[in-house]
Design a protein around this ligand. Structure first.
Ligand code: ADP
Ligand code: MG
Length: 688
């Protein structure tokens, strides 16, 4: 039973909800950082407020409330005046608000200023009494990510209980004093208190620095420490390795490998013939042809009758790889069996596949993280590959590696993070860089358009379809309002309504289909198969297609509400086209008029190079952004951001290197608390 039950007010039902948020015990709750803070400021004058601000105003109701009902939604609006100006307030599905909205009532209203159809609104404002507001004024209170059924207020309460407990048990900081002093870091105890309930903004910065330092510290220490241990492991040289299968496959490929691909393949062969385990990262931009290298590595392993596992972040991608490898096996008449392991498979299917792995009849297993489950027992696993490594993080990678002692590791990633950072973060890996794209590729042409050009875009898509090419259109949402949006007036395209609209606009002979993550696995599979076979002209999808999907015949990627996505995601999405011989196009629909989203999209327009984009993403964000956009991809840090916190990362690298140089095994009694922390981290993080 979780120790959460000890907290007053938490019962089993709440525990289940907390679990949904990834909170399984008290410690998780302590480290469940706020996503933002609410500052209860003085009252603003209506004449001074700006779009995007969260403000408190004190004003009189001057109009009767207007109620609009549409489908399931009720919208209530009314106007208020504070003597400096007037503003409309709007509430979504909040009928209880009506009782406050009497003409001449004086209200304290707190909400976000949003714009819709050239009008400014105060959206979803909360209403306070004078007394209530005076109590809150000047305070910074945490705002947490929530799930349905649990309120912010409750999490605040639980966290403060735990902080009190923690304070009274806190004795010694595990980081030595000289590091705290040299790096100007506060005690962990202060940092944890202040990250949840800062007294002022300044504390927040200081606290955050410490927590970022800690995250990098333990992460980097664990990598370096494990690397030391690993470098001492000797494995027997694998017998009978040969290129009988891989050579044949290369000869029969419909293309020549690029120089970088050949080099990566040779790197792997060299590694696998050594008496220490392989630890290699293949880094290459989207579309550079990483998959075939992974296949070749597995075929190479098969020659020695050893097993390989290939883990992918999505079922759609796993299935695609599975089909492709089977085709190669069949075409080359290789005596090799590959199987697929997915979470969505029936028990019976799973059992059969698990048996094939256990008995070693199957040498190749492709799948999602379902491969990690206990039931999947390999007989002679020797090579573990993870595709789109940045989607998994180190922990899952290690979990798969734990399935065998003598393991060779290959990870593949297109993470567009600045090169120097990649080298540091993947410091336990040797890197093969795929520098060039296959020679037959023509650079993708990019366009940023606003909504008024949509019809032109549709005409263009039709022309491509006439050439028998295909298109993707990506929308941010699956259904209307399937997530809570900041400012209820903002409109984001959703897959269902969009498809309906598109079918009305385009001729009926154009086949438009839908794909999104919430669909049943078998449905997804059918749609993808139809799309590969060119039975579907336009696939309207969410970002489920972001990683790995490979249909060289698709030439258009149109992204709706492009301003809503991170640059890394946009770059990955764009990477779904330009994978064949045809000219391909990326169309970014910009629905925001903010300067910064314009600039960000311009970066994409000017370059198709992931590293260039990563560097610019960093510059545009700047270090001022305290809780940066949640990085899509890269290693999963809770609060640290490898872009904006790289100065801290460099310090950590220095400190950890010195520490391990003086005491490689961390045996010195004065390093005991660090060693304990490390052991704890390794136990908790690397075991599933
Ligand atoms: P990624 O690096 O993004 O994983 P893929 O491995 O999916 O890229 O490869 C993209 C496409 O390029 C695939 O259709 C693949 O068959 C093809 N491809 C791979 N290598 C070459 C090559 N040397 N020449 C031409 N096409 C290639
Ligand atoms: Mg790929």
């Amino acid at each position: 039973m979780s120790d959460l039950i000890q907290i007053k007010g938490i019962g089993e039902k709440t525990i289940k909800l907390l679990n949904k948020l990834g909170i399984n015990n008290k410690e998780d709750l302590l480290y469940y950082y706020p996503k933002d803070y609410e500052l209860f400021s003085d009252f603003s004058n209506i004449c001074d407020i700006h779009i995007g601000d969260v403000v408190t105003i004190k004003a009189y109701v001057i109009t009767k409330p207007l109620i609009i009902r549409k489908n399931r939604f009720i919208l209530t609006t009314c106007k208020v005046d504070d003597g400096t100006g007037r503003i409309s307030c709007s509430w979504f599905n909040s009928p209880f608000i009506l009782s406050y909205l009497k003409i001449n009532n004086e209200l304290i209203l707190r909400g976000k200023v949003v714009e819709s159809k050239n009008k400014i609104y105060l959206s979803q404002a909360r209403i306070y009494s004078n007394e209530q507001y005076n109590k809150l004024k000047g305070k910074l209170l945490p705002i947490y990510n929530l799930t349905k059924g649990i309120q912010n207020q409750s999490i605040r309460k639980y966290v403060s209980v735990i902080l009190k407990e923690y304070d009274s048990n806190f004795t010694k900081d595990y980081l030595p004093k000289f590091i705290l002093k040299e790096r100007e870091l506060p005690k962990l105890c202060f940092a944890l208190n202040s990250i949840h309930f800062p007294n002022e903004y300044k504390d927040l910065y200081i606290a955050r620095n410490r927590l970022v330092y800690d995250e990098f510290f333990i992460f980097y220490l664990s990598i370096k420490y494990l690397k030391q241990i690993k470098s001492k492991i000797e494995i027997g040289i694998i017998k009978n390795l040969s290129d009988i299968f891989s050579k044949k496959v290369i000869e029969n490929l419909p293309f020549n490998l690029t120089i970088s691909q050949k080099n990566a393949y040779l790197d792997i062969i060299k590694d696998l013939n050594k008496n220490i385990p392989m630890n290699r990262l293949i880094q290459g931009d989207v579309g550079s042809g990483k998959t075939i290298i992974a296949f070749l590595a597995m075929f190479y392993m098969c020659s020695a009758n050893k097993q390989s596992a290939f883990m992918c972040p999505t079922e759609v991608l796993a299935k695609q790889h599975y089909n492709n490898i089977n085709k190669i096996i069949y075409d080359n008449k290789l005596p090799i069996k590959a199987i697929l392991i997915l979470g969505s498979q029936t028990k019976k299917e799973r059992k059969i596949n698990e048996q094939l792995i256990k008995s070693k009849e199957a040498l190749i297993a492709i799948g999602t993280h379902a491969l990690l489950s206990k039931e999947v027992e390999f007989n002679d696993l020797s090579l573990v590959i993870t595709d789109e490594q940045h989607r998994f993080g180190v922990n899952q990678r290690k979990a798969l590696e734990n399935k065998s002692k003598e393991i060779n590791t290959l990870v593949m990633s297109a993470t567009p993070i600045p090169r120097t950072l990649a080298l540091l973060l993947y410091s336990d890996l040797n890197i093969s860089l795929i520098k060039e794209k296959p020679i037959d590729r023509i650079p993708i042409k990019n366009a940023i358009i606003n909504e008024s050009y949509r019809n032109n875009a549709y005409n263009f898509i039709q022309k491509e379809i006439q050439k028998k090419h295909q298109a993707y259109i990506v929308c941010p949402q699956v259904e209307p309002n399937d997530e809570e949006l900041p400012g209820s007036f903002l409109h984001y395209e959703n897959v269902y309504d969009y498809t309906k609209k598109l079918k009305e606009i385009l001729p009926s002979n154009i086949n438009i289909q839908i794909l999104h993550g919430k669909m049943k696995s078998s449905e997804k599979e059918k749609i993808m198969q139809d799309f590969y076979n060119n039975n579907i002209d336009i696939l309207v999808s969410t970002t489920v297609i972001e990683v790995g999907i490979d249909n060289p015949n698709a030439t258009i990627m149109m992204i709706e509400n492009a301003d809503r996505f991170g640059l890394a995601t946009l770059h990955q999405l764009r990477g779904r086209v330009g994978r064949g011989k045809n000219q391909s196009y990326a169309i970014f629909v910009n629905t925001s008029n903010s300067e910064i989203s314009n600039k960000r999209l311009e970066v994409l327009k000017h370059s198709n190079d992931g590293f260039y984009i990563a560097d610019h993403d960093l510059k545009l964000r700047g270090p001022g952004d305290i809780f940066g956009v949640k990085q899509s991809g890269s290693i999963e840090f809770n609060i640290a951001d490898i872009y904006t916190d790289k100065e801290i990362l460099y310090k950590v690298i220095d400190d950890v290197s010195k520490l391990l140089l003086n005491d490689p095994q961390l045996l010195d009694p004065k390093n005991k608390s660090i060693k304990d922390k490390l052991n704890n981290y390794l136990e908790n993080k690397y075991v599933l």
